[in-house]
Design a binder for this molecule. Structure first.
Ligand SMILES: Nc1ncnc2c1ncn2[C@@H]1O[C@H](COP(=O)(O)OP(=O)(O)OP(=O)(O)O)[C@@H](O)[C@H]1O
Length: 249
């Protein structure tokens, strides 16, 4: 569904993405994991066309995304930090977005109600707490039943109940066979969702494999333990020789 062929991105001397080649398919929930600054957001923004790689190509459903914007309608994007007009009220923001998407008259309002945004329609965006702003971003990402979700730290700042509501929604979409690309530093939030793991380090892919395969390689069950095990043996990772990693079995 998404093919990435040898993309590179440098910000001055800093490599944000270094020779990234990968493909993502329907039905996968790919957890992008890695330290701060490892390139996760840059990779997601490159797929969205918000960052232009210095070289390489990205294909969405077989079409080169270069200079195309139409494909973005098929992606629900939740940015790390949502930016909205300060004086716009929540209700006005949703009315505006719905009016722009006339091609999609039916919107999915489950999160709007689930997060209680209907009771805050008159609040201005500038007055919202960080968590409520996240709820607005999450609700917008799911509004038009997209085929692909790009969720950049979606649960950051959400209270435990709201975080569960969002995770449940992502699970539902996974079960419908959608493709989800998700980042989080809270690995327990990814536990029940992940089908595939991509581990980035200094702009390079160190691991991109099905979660089940990594569980097998490491002998660990939980995502946090799998990642810890891989990190402990990061030298083998850098050499891309997962087979040399001792298993815990
Ligand atoms: N617009 C920009 N200008 C300059 N450098 C940038 C820009 N965007 C990203 N970078 C740099 O690119 C590298 C990768 O950043 P990126 O935001 O993709 O990392 P990340 O893995 O998403 O980090 P985090 O976990 O902190 O969100 C970092 O060194 C960052 O400083």
């Amino acid at each position: 569904m998404i093919e990435i062929k040898n993309i590179n991105k440098r910000f001055k001397k800093q490599w944000a993405l270094n020779a990234i080649t990968a493909s993502f398919q329907k039905g996968q929930v790919v957890s992008l994991i890695g330290p701060n600054g490892s390139g996760k957001t840059t990779l997601l923004k490159s797929i969205l066309g918000l960052v232009r790689p210095d070289s390489g190509s990205i294909y969405f459903q077989g079409q080169l995304i270069d200079r195309s914007v139409a494909y973005r309608k098929q992606i629900g994007y939740m940015p790390q930090i949502g930016r909205y007009p300060d004086n716009m009220k929540i209700g006005q923001l949703f009315d505006m977005i719905r009016s722009i998407r006339k091609d999609h008259p039916k919107s999915d309002n489950e999160l709007y109600a689930g997060f209680g945004l209907d009771g805050m329609a008159d609040k201005t965006m500038r007055s919202l707490s960080g968590g409520t702003r996240q709820k607005v971003s999450a609700t917008l990402a799911f509004l038009f039943d997209p085929d692909v979700f790009i969720l950049d730290e979606p649960t950051a700042g959400l209270d435990p109940l709201s975080s569960e509501i969002l995770k449940e929604k992502i699970l539902q979409e996974k079960e419908k066979g959608k493709l989800v690309l998700i980042t989080s530093h809270v690995l327990s939030d990814l536990e029940d969702l992940t089908t595939d793991v991509m581990y980035l380090h200094e702009g390079k892919i160190l691991v991109h494999k099905p979660f089940a395969e990594l569980q097998d390689i490491t002998g660990e069950e939980k995502l946090s333990k799998v990642i810890a095990h891989l990190m402990k043996h990061s030298l083998s990772l850098q050499e891309n020789t997962l087979s040399t990693i001792p298993t815990n079995k």
